[in-house]
Design a protein. Structure first.
Lengths: 327, 671
């Protein structure tokens, strides 16, 4: 046991899907279990924070951290994992680019809390209770809860990250390849995203059906149309993020008759995935007048949620800025 | 680079431009600031960076201080980017290790507050210094120049340019859309200020064009399409059908004589509709080439399919071909002279002058024909009602210098009005009134000409004509009253006249925009084509290899037109004799293994430089066709198209540089 390299998993602001994807290794998980010691995995094993704290620095070969960073606890744990690990891998779209939780960056913290704890139609909260970081229970104990930060951040905005496994969640194949690479020491340069550096169209079976002169007269959302199962989704007026999104998933969504939503993030050559697809699609909007153009883009009611579904925290937009916060 | 161990070493220079920049931008402060920026090794300011000492400063600093990047803050890159790139090269660096900041046009000349202007200069400098660090060495591609030339437009500008080029031994395609060359000048009677007869000086040049071994004259033809780029244009010329076989027709006019229309009954375009022609006709006696043509709009055969076709039988040479079709020809040229000319202002747009309603109101061009010996009346000035005018009023600035029509001064109207006044007086002995706003007679011998004519007894009234209406006291209602304020005596005056001449202004042709798009050149808001620089590149355009001559660039008289046509020809010759051109290396390119074949870029390229390789399923950019507009670069969703001089790293570092300032302290400093 002692000879096996140590691996840790940790989760931050995430949905749990990334944990599922580890289980999705199926029988390959036996290979992982045979070859490494898992020293931390809150979902699967009963190790505690103090167990990790007790370990010597850099004693863990690799920490795979999923989820974005939005609380003080997540930030502390990220730092701890960094300290104890030789390699940190941002695992999944949220750690990689902020993911769904980072859509919160469109709002100020106070707006979010007010909505969730007071204004939303399903909320019943006469005492106007808000989450507290500290409280006194009847036994005189003072439990502390993590604090919510104003901004949701990607993992690499908090700690130094060595590699990225993209996806919501990453495909089991990418995970397996990454583990093998780590175990054999056959690793790419630091900072690499461990997925093919080409856009999804490359592996999409619908590629052939995309015309070379595609322009957009209107945009539709998946629930508004009967989607042709073979034709390029963009050519059907659906926003497909495929051209701006890294390949590596095997075109799961487009094969499943849904447009790509962009979870693998951009290629290494693009700094801002949302801006890039926006710029690309805008170039082909078939309107001459402002009015015509407005009418066409009205078909995209939530541009941030569409183009920055996973990438807001890591993008140039990053967060809503109040005037006073400019400096 | 070995000397610097991979370190970036930037030399920064800001130019005073005399006082142009220094009076609004604190050059010392900018220099001090630049010195604090990362990688900046040298920061200096100098009175004239573009001068030899200024350039030597850069060259010496590169050598002595081991600089490997240069930033100059001065004027527009259009003016001196080449100068400083060259200095960078002379210092031993790749010339693209240079970045220019425009602190003159974008700063000193547009801002009044020196404090804010200096702050803006600092931001621009920070951006350039950050950007230049990521510059890469680039090579310029050399492209050979095809020695043949296309001249578009067969007026005096096109004729002169074509002859100059032909005489220099270059092959010229002269394309004119009308059936004859000669343009507007061929319609004029005499020309100011020398009063030579337009035909006498023009027709020899027209025949010279026709007979020139190096000029291929394509009349009744239009340029339909232009592909390619400087040195290598592919031009599609459409030859419209004359229904006469060019090679067989000798211009004997037998067919015209034989036409089933015994009387000429259709308005003659050349004579401004003042005379009539047949459906088969020669535009005017000296038309070049001497070929008749059939106008299908008026020919009864084309309109009804029924005609005895006497013209066909009359031609012994069998030159009449009623089945003739338009013919399309593709030619290759290396450069293009655009000499598409102007159109006269349409007087009907000013209703209160009554043109079209009162038969005795004429445009200046009609009067040119009326007084011309080969015109509709053989030079006798007879009004539409058959009478001879005793008093004539000439209205200057019709359609010009008026915010309701065209705001510009058409430059030639004062002088041609004076000329027409002289010629009308000579032909009719009438009393002549000139209504002018200002007499504008600049140019060699022009003021003398005006004085000379004024002394012939013309009346000059300083005032814009406000109204023209029939004189009710005249029993025949033929006389017209011209009402104007004589601004020199500040009185409203009403002058009864027999004839009114409207001195119409010059404006861009109705199809100027269409031609502009085809050529990919720019035009001003009024529609005249824009020269690359009004003083330093007056006949060049922003598209390399395309030059301007004549009134398509702005109103001008014949001497200036000919001078400009000569200049355009000289620029073309310089280009051809150089043999090659170095292309700006700012082209876009695709790294094949990075392209996913998503096809987003293919149809966006305005120059059709991108194609989709069906076998490889990848997009491909023909760099020779790429003009570096960046459209595809912005649109490539996976960032697989890159552009030299504008890669993401360079643009982002420039943006970071621009935005990276201290808001609070700056806002406080303005309070």
């Amino acid at each position: 046991m002692a000879d096996k390299p140590k691996v840790a998993f940790y989760w931050c602001a995430s949905c749990g899907g990334c944990e599922e994807s580890i289980v999705d290794l199926a029988e390959d998980i036996l290979f992982v279990a045979d070859n490494v010691d898992i020293v931390m995995w809150p979902v699967g094993l009963d190790f505690k924070r103090h167990d990790v704290e007790a370990m010597p620095d850099k004693s863990i070969l690799a920490a795979l951290i999923n989820g974005a960073i939005r609380t003080s606890e997540q930030e502390e744990m990220a730092h701890l994992m960094r300290q104890k690990s030789q390699v940190v891998i941002a695992y999944g779209a949220c750690a990689h680019q902020g993911g769904i939780p980072a859509l919160a960056n469109q709002f100020e913290l106070e707006e979010i809390l007010r909505w969730v704890y007071h204004d939303s139609p399903s909320t019943y909260n006469d005492e106007k209770t808000r989450p507290q970081t500290k409280f006194y229970d009847e036994n005189g104990r003072i439990p502390e809860l993590p604090q919510l930060w104003n901004v949701v951040r990607t993992l690499d905005q908090v700690i130094d990250v060595d590699y990225y496994l993209p996806g919501c969640p990453p495909s089991p194949k990418l995970l397996k390849d990454a583990v093998i690479a780590l175990l054999t020491g056959n690793v790419p340069p630091k900072g690499t995203v461990l997925a093919p550096d080409i856009a999804l169209c490359e592996e999409c079976p619908r590629k052939e059906t995309k015309p070379t002169d595609l322009v957009f007269d209107e945009f539709k959302r998946p629930h508004q149309v009967m989607i042709d199962t073979e034709k390029c989704l963009l050519a059907q007026g659906l926003i497909c993020m495929g051209p701006a999104t890294r390949a590596g998933c095997g075109a799961l969504c487009t094969i499943g008759n849904m447009p790509c939503s962009g979870c693998y993030g951009p290629t290494s050559r693009v700094r801002d995935q949302g801006a890039k697809i926006l710029s690309s699609i805008a170039s082909s909007v078939n309107g001459k007048t402002e009015h015509e153009i407005d009418k066409i883009i009205a078909g995209i009611p939530d541009p941030v949620g569409t183009f920055y579904r996973y990438g807001l925290a890591g993008s140039i937009l990053r967060k809503k800025v109040k005037f006073e916060e400019r400096v | 680079m070995e000397k610097t161990n991979g370190q970036i070493r930037i030399g920064f220079y800001i130019c005073h431009c005399g006082t142009n920049i220094a009076s609004s931008v604190d050059v010392q402060k900018v220099t001090d600031f630049a010195a604090t920026l990362p990688n900046v090794v040298v920061a200096k300011h100098y009175k004239y960076m573009c001068s030899d000492p200024g350039q030597d400063m850069i060259i010496n600093d590169i050598k002595e201080q081991n600089l490997n990047r240069v930033v100059v803050a001065a004027c527009s890159p259009f003016l001196h980017e080449r100068t400083f790139r060259n200095a960078t090269f002379q210092g031993g660096l790749n010339q693209f290790y240079f970045q220019m900041v425009n602190t003159r046009e974008q700063n000193a000349w547009v801002h009044l507050d020196p404090l804010a202007s200096t702050d803006k200069a600092i931001d621009l400098v920070r951006a350039a210094v950050q950007r230049v660090a990521s510059h890469k060495p680039l090579e310029q591609k050399k492209v050979p120049i095809h020695p043949d030339v296309l001249v578009i437009g067969g007026g005096i500008a096109g004729i002169h340019a074509a002859l100059t080029l032909g005489n220099a031994g270059k092959k010229v395609y002269l394309v004119e859309k009308e059936p004859t060359i000669g343009g507007h000048m061929a319609m004029f009677d005499k020309t100011f200020p020398t009063l030579d007869c337009a035909a006498c000086i023009l027709t020899p040049k027209m025949s010279a064009v026709k007979n020139h071994p190096n000029i291929k004259l394509c009349t009744y033809s239009e340029v339909e399409k232009i592909d390619g780029y400087v040195g290598n244009f592919k031009v599609t010329i459409k030859h419209k059908p004359r229904f006469i076989i060019d090679d067989l027709c000798v211009g004997c006019m037998d067919c015209v004589e034989a036409c089933v229309y015994k009387e000429a009954r259709f308005p003659d375009e050349f004579n401004q509709g003042l005379s009539r022609r047949k459906p088969v006709y020669m535009p005017f006696p000296q038309a070049t080439p001497q070929l008749v043509l059939i106008d299908p709009e008026t020919c009864i055969w084309f309109k009804s399919g029924k005609c005895k076709k006497t013209c066909v039988d009359a031609c012994e040479r069998k030159a009449v071909d009623l089945e003739q079709q338009a013919r399309v020809e593709e030619v290759e040229v290396g450069s293009i002279v655009v000499a598409t000319g102007f159109q006269p202002f349409d007087s009907k747009k000013i209703s209160y002058y009554g043109y079209g309603n009162y038969p005795n109101v004429y445009t200046s061009l009609e009067v040119e024909r009326l007084i011309n010996a080969s015109g509709p009346t053989q030079g006798v000035v007879v009004l539409r009602d058959g009478s001879h005018p005793k008093t004539i009023g000439i209205v200057h600035c019709v359609g010009s210098r008026d915010k309701n029509t065209n705001s510009w001064c058409s430059r030639v109207c004062c002088l041609y009005s004076v000329k027409l006044a002289h010629l009308l007086k000579e032909h009719t002995g009438a009393e002549i009134y000139n209504f002018y706003i200002d007499m504008r007679t600049p140019g060699k011998s022009m003021e003398e000409f005006y004085n000379r004519i004024a002394e012939e007894g013309m009346k000059f009234i300083r005032g814009r004509v406000a109204d023209i209406y029939p004189d009710m006291s005249d029993p025949d209602h033929k006389k017209l009253i011209m009402k104007a304020e004589d601004t020199l005596i500040q009185e409203i005056i009403k002058v009864p006249v027999d004839m009114v001449v409207l001195s119409v202004g010059l404006e861009p042709r109705h199809d100027a925009q269409q031609v502009r798009r085809m050529l990919n050149i720019s035009c001003s808001t009024e529609g005249f084509y824009i020269e690359r620089h009004p003083k330093l590149a007056p006949v060049s355009t922003f598209t390399d290899g395309i030059f301007l001559a004549g009134c398509c660039q702005g109103p001008k008289d014949i001497p200036d037109t000919v001078a400009q046509a000569g200049a355009a020809a000289a620029e073309v010759l310089a280009l051809i004799d150089r043999g090659f051109i170095e292309l700006e290396p700012n082209t876009a390119f695709i790294t094949e293994e990075e392209c996913s074949g998503c096809k987003s870029c293919i149809h966006l390229c305005p120059y059709t430089a991108i194609s989709f390789l069906e076998e490889k399923k990848k997009a491909f950019i023909n760099e020779a066709l790429c003009k570096g507009c960046g459209t595809c670069v912005a649109a490539c969703p996976s960032g697989s198209i890159k552009q030299n001089l504008f890669d993401d790293e360079e643009i982002y570092s420039e943006i970071d540089g621009i935005l990276n300032f201290d808001h609070i302290s700056r806002e406080l400093s303005y309070v």
